[in-house]
Design a binder for this molecule. Structure first.
Ligand SMILES: [Zn+2]
Length: 421
């Protein structure tokens, strides 16, 4: 058994395209110099946070682990549920396998970890549940431990700014390491993603958020280093996707309404009797149908093609979706061009340049698009020093962790990265 603690930190939406910014910041620069730096990491399709984080802890593609979107297909709900629970992931996960091996695990704001069977869990959950947020958080995580953390750091408020929430989680991570020395720690930091959604992919607010991230990591590891030298910890810093600038909305559910396949509520959601529905992934969107009906799917595809929409890049049919390893239930997958974003609303227009912009940046686009590539840095006793790798795949992360810690992970699609000593 390898007794070196592992800390995995997801730097949500920090991309290859941010390299010129992040490689010059004091903490990240020192990590790059000490470890193995993977400059371009290709993620999975759709490039959404929940499918990708499920791939990070399984080494499998969305079609294989079953989390093919952030959202469940609940077309008639204004606020659909997310894939919150760890049990949505099918097959082995690092969390489950490490727990079975008797390893102590902590996870902070880690996607798809609600109700996971681990020791210290503050999962990412709905910010607006029925009943109080804190009770909901405690029910889905380690209740007593969340009380302890709140007595030290004050209440975790789901309506605080993303910067404040990241700070709370980083503090909780350092505190937990000092107090309990978990064998494996997962932390998800989100502010860079948030700023890119609000301002676009390369605004100065994004650069500021990356600098703040570097500072937050530096302060967190300073505290951790008081308990254990960083040379004795395996650290994986990685991102899930980047973002691409978006401005103009496309509403394919309006097209389905025009085809009489959905009935639309006043607020733009669809009624329960929908026959087909496009679930948005931001830069792409997936078609689901109530009944299996290949002829209807073909009609919908032909209808989209006949509209000659400016913002559509590609349409993937059911077979191609399976080749992309995205989903075994989506029937079509439509990819937007840079500048365009799919929204769920089924009213008013199919494509428009005359709307107030929604998010100025988004992901969900194909993982191979250069502006959407992720990054990773590995540092610690297990990893090669001063090493640079140009290209890797996100599904290779779990096999690499499995190799170091012997977690007996089965049926992984990725392979071990050439970063081990
Ligand atoms: Zn993300």
């Amino acid at each position: 058994m390898n007794n070196t603690p592992l800390i995995v930190i997801s730097l949500d939406a920090l991309g290859y395209c941010d390299e010129e910014v992040y490689k010059q910041l004091p903490f990240l620069k020192s990590m790059i110099e000490k470890g193995t730096w993977i400059k371009k990491v290709e993620s999975v399709y759709p490039t959404l946070t929940y499918p990708i984080h499920s791939s990070i802890v399984t080494g499998r593609y969305p079609i294989e682990h079953g989390v093919d979107n952030n959202l469940l297909v609940q077309a008639e709900k204004k606020a659909m549920d997310w894939y919150w629970d760890h049990s949505y992931i099918s097959g082995d996960t690092i969390l489950n396998n490490a727990h079975k091996k008797g390893l102590k695990i902590a996870a902070f704001s880690w996607p798809v970890s609600a109700k996971a069977d681990i020791e210290f869990n503050v999962p990412e959950v709905s910010p607006n549940p029925e009943g109080g947020f804190i009770d909901h958080l405690k029910e889905n995580g380690s209740g007593e431990y969340i009380d302890e953390l709140q007595s030290v750091f004050g209440p975790f408020d789901s309506h605080d700014s993303q910067k404040q929430k990241d700070e709370w989680m980083a503090n909780a991570t350092a505190y937990t390491f000092e107090k309990h020395q978990p064998d494996i720690t997962f932390l998800h930091l989100i502010d860079v993603d948030h700023q890119k959604h609000v301002y676009g992919a390369s605004h100065f607010a994004v650069k500021d958020a990356i600098k703040e991230l570097d500072d937050r990591l530096s302060r967190m590891f300073e505290k951790i280093a008081k308990v254990k030298s960083l040379d004795e910890i395996n650290i994986i810093l990685l991102s899930d996707h980047s973002q691409i600038d978006t401005a103009y909305p496309i509403r394919l559910n309006k097209m389905l309404a025009d085809m009489n396949l959905v009935n639309v509520n006043e607020d733009g959601t669809v009624k329960e009797d929908w026959q087909a529905y496009f679930l948005t992934c931001g830069g792409s969107t997936a078609l689901y149908t109530k009944e299996d009906n290949p002829k209807l799917v073909e009609e919908i595809k032909e209808k989209i093609e006949s509209l000659n929409l400016e913002g559509i890049d590609k349409i993937f049919n059911t077979e191609e979706i399976q080749e992309l390893k995205s989903s075994d239930s989506a029937k079509l997958w439509v990819e937007a061009k840079e500048g365009y974003v799919f929204d769920a609303d089924a009213r008013e227009f199919i494509e428009s340049r005359n709307q107030e912009p929604g998010p100025r940046g988004n992901h969900g686009f194909l993982p191979s698009k250069e502006k959407n590539l992720a990054m990773a840095i590995f540092i610690g006793p297990a990893f090669k020093e001063n090493s640079v790798i140009e290209n890797e795949k996100i599904v290779d992360i779990a096999p690499t962790i499995d190799k170091i810690y012997n977690l007996d992970m089965k049926d992984m699609s990725g392979s071990v990265i050439d970063c081990l000593k």
